[in-house]
Design a protein around this ligand. Structure first.
Ligand SMILES: Nc1ncnc2c1ncn2[C@@H]1O[C@H](COP(=O)(O)OP(=O)(O)O)[C@@H](O)[C@H]1O
Ligand SMILES: [Mg+2]
Length: 341
């Protein structure tokens, strides 16, 4: 039963998901590490890291080791990935499992090789890499093996991968450092400028999820937001409307649509017409911004839809590559060569 422990990993900038062969998704944890800044010791990873914050004395900080689609701190990424892998496969492994991992597009070749060695130390016999757009397409069930153009856009927290796939390969691709975090930052800037209200990243994220919209809301809703008055430094509450958050996000949404347009411009014409017909598929957590698919349709005149359960597309694609190794062989790489693009 050597294959029972095989795992598929989506190493995202905000979440890590692990799929176990024959079982489905077994781990879903925030990509966070708790570090004691007094001695740089790593205390916990994932949701345990969040639980530590504020409960333990000392200078403990929650750090996201990945940002903007790349690795910001390698040793923290190593600790986190090691911890999650051990959680998923257990300590007492009879046969060393195999892993398929999808890493952010901005990760360098050297870092990819380092990730494979981290996995080896965590007990994995063989690790193979799966390109993010291919993983997302597999997870969603796009038929990208045919001579037909498919456009897939995966929006994570730190970055968005845009790709045109055809005949089982990536034809055009681009990765822009623009995702859910950029929406949160836009909300922070807007509230600061318009209301002298300073809010943290997590508040901004909640506002985005509850009030955010990429298209002008027909019936605006309001919510009370608490932050700090920039002038007095005192706590301040303010009613904020979804119309204001639409305004706050407008330019960032525009930048994203421009990035999609740039990829379409680089796509061979015969594939472009397929995309105009079949549409664009969005996946990733940040694609859940209300009205995003409509906003894209309004500007580009291309039908656009969000995948079901968009935050799991990539890990499900890694899982599929595990379940059907023979058919998926051509998509997997061992990190020793650059196989696509
Ligand atoms: N309902 C929602 N509406 C808008 N954004 C959302 C929603 N749910 C999650 N997000 C955003 O999705 C992003 C995380 O997506 P995810 O695919 O998990 O990221 P990554 O692949 O980078 O780990 C975050 O920026 C988060 O705020
Ligand atoms: Mg993701």
């Amino acid at each position: 039963m050597a294959q029972v422990n095989d795992i598929g990993i989506d190493l995202g900038t905000s979440q890590v998901l692990i799929y176990k062969k024959g079982r489905g998704i077994v781990l879903r944890e925030p990509a966070v590490v708790a570090v004691d800044r007094d001695n740089n010791k790593i205390l916990a990873v994932g949701s345990d890291a969040y639980r530590l914050i504020g409960r333990t004395p000392g200078n403990i900080q929650a750090v996201r080791p990945l940002r903007n689609g790349t690795i910001l701190d390698f040793s923290l990424t190593q600790a986190m990935l090691h911890g999650f892998t051990r959680l998923a496969i257990g300590r007492h492994i009879l046969a060393r499992p195999r892993a398929v991992i999808s890493v952010p597009t901005g990760v360098s070749e050297t870092e990819k090789r380092a990730i494979i060695s981290i996995m080896f130390d965590a007990g994995v016999r063989k690790t193979q890499l799966l390109d993010r757009p291919i993983a997302a397409a597999l997870g969603i069930g796009l038929h990208f093996q045919e001579a037909y153009g498919n456009m897939i856009v995966d929006m994570g927290a730190g970055a968005t991968d845009i790709a045109v796939l055809s005949m089982g390969d990536v034809v055009v691709a681009s990765c822009v450092p623009l995702g859910g975090d950029a929406f949160d930052d836009a909300i922070i800037r807007y509230l600061r400028k318009k209301h002298n209200l300073l809010v943290g990243e997590r508040t901004a994220e909640n506002i985005k999820i509850d009030l955010g919209s990429a298209v002008q809301p027909a019936e605006p809703i309001e919510m009370e937001v608490t932050g700090r008055n920039l002038v007095s430094g005192l706590p301040k509450s303010q009613m904020i409307s979804s119309l204001e958050i639409y305004e706050a996000l407008h330019d960032t949404v525009g930048d994203l649509i421009e990035a999609l347009e740039a990829v379409i411009e680089r796509t061979p014409p015969q594939l472009t017409s397929d995309i105009f017909e079949e549409g664009i598929v969005l996946s990733g957590g940040a694609a859940q911004l209300s009205g995003l698919a409509d906003a894209i349709y309004q500007v580009l005149d291309i039908p656009c839809g969000v995948a079901d359960d968009p935050q799991t597309s990539i890990v499900m694609g890694c899982g599929q590559a595990l379940e059907d190794t023979a058919a998926m062989r051509e998509y997997l790489s061992d990190g020793r060569h650059h196989w696509s693009r």
